[in-house]
Design a protein around this ligand. Structure first.
Ligand SMILES: *Cc1c(COP(=O)(O)O)cnc(C)c1O
Length: 432
């Protein structure tokens, strides 16, 4: 399988090269030359396979030239030590539009980014196996993705991770997830903003002298090795739903920010997973829903909301989506919806009142979008991208106390160890 930059179709890359580079030269995103199909027989049996087997079948067509089959088996078993249960809320009768929640928060940091981060870490380790210098990965985080990256790379051999976060501007839990692991995960608290952290990382990655001494890389969210593993839970869930009720179309509603999750879903559908339609649910950062409604693509500054992992005004994976599908195709395959904070809170309260089930603000954006758009004769699945306890400040005033899952409780018990620096490149360089 060959990969190309979204901005340059003349130069092919292998999967390994695309992963290690992260971003294509010129700033494009890596995409497969063609989205592969499942091997024959696989699409029809997704509903009876276990999660690791679905993972193997979904990822293998992208990686077959670069990762031996036995190695890939090990990698998916090590990465996916948890699965993604489908929970039925209420009535599953398709004529009333049965509604499910796909829980993507059973990984170690209780958010769906664990799927991508854990596979990407193992891919990096494998592609660096013959290098004797450890790879130093630099990441800037505003709080949310830092934990998934830290946990994904924790104890992965041959790799050191340094995470920069804005001092005093992340939650206590986020700080523990970033700075509580130790070992190969180093945390740096920067006296400044997230933008300062990002600037420092960019400067280090571009520092020729430093790059001679250290093998530096980044683990950014647009890495193709983070995207592909996210197709797995769509394939697995769509197979399970089809098995349950073959006659009903299956609609997946994706709470969206940078559109990585949605793009992965579109890959799964194209591969042959039985998904009929997507809903892209955004908060008031509605660049993509406006585009789907027939407006142009107009990126803008982001606005702050209670579903803050989706506060994105210029979604990076739009470039990937539009390299595979035309505007007309996207508008046929995806419905858009934009949900305000008030409607998000209303959905959390309503789902709790009706089913005793607690959604986090991101999942609630998806649920509200389904409530608006659903018709009869289909099964609707809202992706729950984070555990509600991660957003207790939003959720608890609406539903009362929410218990931390064991992984977060354990994280809270670990003291955070980080080095504090001023937001000056000289200080970062000295630490590195
Ligand atoms: C990152 C994130 C999202 C948005 O996912 P994209 O792939 O950026 O669209 C939604 N919910 C949660 C909890 C997230 O962390």
């Amino acid at each position: 399988m060959r990969f190309y930059s979204t901005r340059n179709r003349s130069e092919p890359y292998g999967f390994a090269e695309a992963v290690v580079r992260g971003l294509a030269p010129g700033g494009g995103l890596f995409v497969p030359e063609e989205i592969p199909r499942f091997r024959s027989g696989v699409a029809a049996s997704l509903g009876s396979m276990n999660f690791q087997d679905v993972a193997y079948e979904t990822i293998r067509p992208f990686t077959a030239d670069d990762i031996p089959d036995a190695k890939l088996t090990d990698m998916v078993c090590e990465a996916f030590t948890f699965d993604a249960p489908l929970v039925l809320l209420g009535d599953s009768s398709p004529d009333t539009g049965g509604r499910f929640v796909l829980e993507l928060f059973h990984g170690p940091t209780a958010a769906f980014k664990d799927f991508g981060a854990r596979f990407m870490a193992r891919a990096f380790a494998y592609f660096r196996r013959n290098e004797n210098r450890p790879l130093k990965i630099l990441v800037a985080t505003s709080g949310d993705t830092g934990g998934a990256v830290a946990s994904g790379f924790y104890q992965v051999e041959g790799i050191d991770v340094t995470i920069l976060y804005p001092k005093g501007r992340v939650t206590a839990l986020q700080e523990r997830q970033i700075a509580g692991l130790g070992g190969n995960i180093n945390a740096i608290a920067v006296e400044g903003s997230f933008d300062d952290c990002q600037r420092l990382v960019k400067t280090a990655l571009g520092d020729v002298e430093l790059n001679k001494r250290l093998a530096l890389s980044s683990a950014n969210s647009i890495n193709i090795a983070r995207l592909v593993p996210q197709a797995v839970y769509y394939a697995s869930a769509a197979g399970a739903l089809k098995r349950r009720c073959a006659a009903s179309p299956r609609v997946f509603c994706v709470p969206s920010g940078n559109l990585g999750n949605l793009t992965a879903g579109m890959y799964a559908a194209k591969m042959g997973a039985p998904v009929d339609l997507f809903i892209a649910a955004s908060n008031i950062n509605k660049t993509f829903p406006e585009y789907l409604a027939g407006g142009g693509y107009r990126p803008r500054e982001s606005l702050a909301t209670i579903s803050n992992a989706m506060d994105v005004g210029a979604p990076s994976n739009f470039e990937r989506l539009s390299s595979h599908w035309t505007a007309d195709e996207l508008r046929r395959l995806i419905l858009g919806a934009s949900v305000s904070d008030d409607d998000t809170r209303a959905a959390i309260a309503e789902v709790y009142g009706e089913y005793g089930y607690v959604l986090d603000p991101h999942g609630a954006v998806g649920w509200q979008a389904i409530t608006r758009l659903r018709g009869k004769n289909a099964l609707y699945t809202a992706l729950a991208t984070a555990h509600p306890a991660k957003f207790a400040h939003v959720v608890e005033p609406l539903v009362g106390p929410v218990k931390l899952p064991p992984c977060l409780e354990e994280a809270m018990r670990k003291p955070a160890h980080s080095v504090t620096i001023a937001s000056e490149y000289g200080e970062l360089k000295a630490v590195l």
